[in-house]
Structures are given as structure tokens and as C-alpha cells.
Design a protein around this ligand. Sequence first.
Ligand SMILES: NC(=O)c1ccc[n+]([C@@H]2O[C@H](COP(=O)([O-])OP(=O)(O)OC[C@H]3O[C@@H](n4cnc5c(N)ncnc54)[C@H](OP(=O)(O)O)[C@@H]3O)[C@@H](O)[C@H]2O)c1
Length: 203
Amino acid sequence: MNPLKVLLIGAGGTLGRAVHTALRERGHEVVTASRKDADVHVDITDPESVRAMYEAVGPVDAVACAAGSVPWRPLGELTTADVRAGLEGKAVSQIELVRQGAARLPAHASFTLITGILAREPLLSGSVASLANGAVEAFVRAAAIELPGRQRVNAVSPTVFTESLGVYGDTFAGFDPVPVARAANAYVKSVEGHRTGEIFRVE
Ligand SMILES: NC(=O)c1ccc[n+]([C@@H]2O[C@H](COP(=O)([O-])OP(=O)(O)OC[C@H]3O[C@@H](n4cnc5c(N)ncnc54)[C@H](OP(=O)(O)O)[C@@H]3O)[C@@H](O)[C@H]2O)c1
């Protein structure tokens, strides 16, 4: 297919590096964005920063987000601030990419967001992660029928990555991890394909 210009947020992370590699291998031009060490600096929890990023980058064919953070804490210790931080860090932030991008990007542009298996499988201390992932997935299904032109939106929803087992310790005991390259391939499917409103599970 013709090379696309893709704006990749979180390109320096475990997932982002793999998505970067996969998109480059497919011949696409990738513009990286994150809070540091990227072509463009952005904090996706700050709507003004998202606006400045879109202004700096100009039109792109696709936006791929591999960033988003949530606090992990037992329910009994959760504060209101934790709940808000999780929603801001993973849901509102990614929704803002779509909300602002929809108005700025071409009629054929696509958005690929990140969620995760906690949207469907609960884990101790993961209630805010489940909340944020579920919110993003519900938004994707709803936004797909309202985006202008032929714009598309999907989410990639992976289980834990083999490469991240060291970070999460025993949290995902009993889960079958997947190589992060498989999640990156789901981004390629979303970016190059024609589907919209879908949650691409990788597990
Ligand atoms: N790791 C797993 O096993 C796994 C499995 C399923 C789903 N996920 C999800 O995949 C996403 C990425 O996970 P990861 O393990 O790759 O994380 P990671 O290694 O910590 O990388 C996160 C990346 O996002 C950027 N970032 C973080 N907050 C940002 C913000 N507010 N604005 C802009 N950029 C930001 C970081 O760069 P800067 O610090 O420079 O901003 C970094 O490049 C997360 O939402 C996670 O829940 C991960």
C-alpha cells in the first residue's frame, strides 16, 4: 500500500517501540510524540498540549497511541484522586486525541488507541485500569458511528507482554503472555485496514 504518515504517541515505551518498528517495516513514515525524547513533545493529559502537537505535526493519515497510565491500588486504598488520575491518564487523554484530531485530520484518517485485558478480566488492585480500559473501548464503539468523513477508530486490547513480565511480577500469574510484536501487528491491521469501531484483542 502507499506509505502513510503516522503520528505515534508513546513511541519510546515497550509497546511504542514495537509499533514503531512494525510501521517502519511496512514503509510508513512515523512521527513520534511523547513527553520527552520524541520528534514532538506532548502530554496527552493536557488538552492544550494535544492541540499544540496537532498544530506542530500538521495533517497525518493515522494517529496511533501507545501511551496511557493508570494507578494500581487495592480498592480499599483507592482515593478519588486515583480514580480521576486513571481516567485522565488513559481514557480522557486518548479520547482527547480523537476529539481534537477528528476536527483537524483528513477525511480518511484513522485513530488506534490502547486498552488492555483488564477491560474484560479483573485483577487485584486493577479496578481503575479496568475502568479506564472499559471506558476507552465503549468510546471507540460509539465514536466510530459519529466520526466525520471516512475517519475510523479502533482499540488494541492486549494481555500482558512477555517483555513486561519483569515489571508486573506475579500480577499476571496464570495469564498467557504475548510477544509485544503481536500487539504491534494489531496496530498495523488497524492503521492499514478498513475496519472501525473494533477492539482488536491480542491474547
Ligand atoms: N506492558 C504490557 O504488558 C501491556 C499490556 C497491555 C496493555 N498495555 C498498555 O499499553 C500502554 C503502553 O504500555 P507500555 O508497557 O509500553 O508503557 P511504557 O513502556 O511505560 O511506555 C509508555 C510510553 O508512553 C509515553 N507516555 C506516558 N504518559 C504519557 C503522556 N501523558 N503523554 C505522552 N506520552 C506519554 C512514555 O514516554 P514519556 O515518558 O517520554 O512521555 C512512553 O513512551 C499502556 O496504556 C498499558 O496499559 C501494556
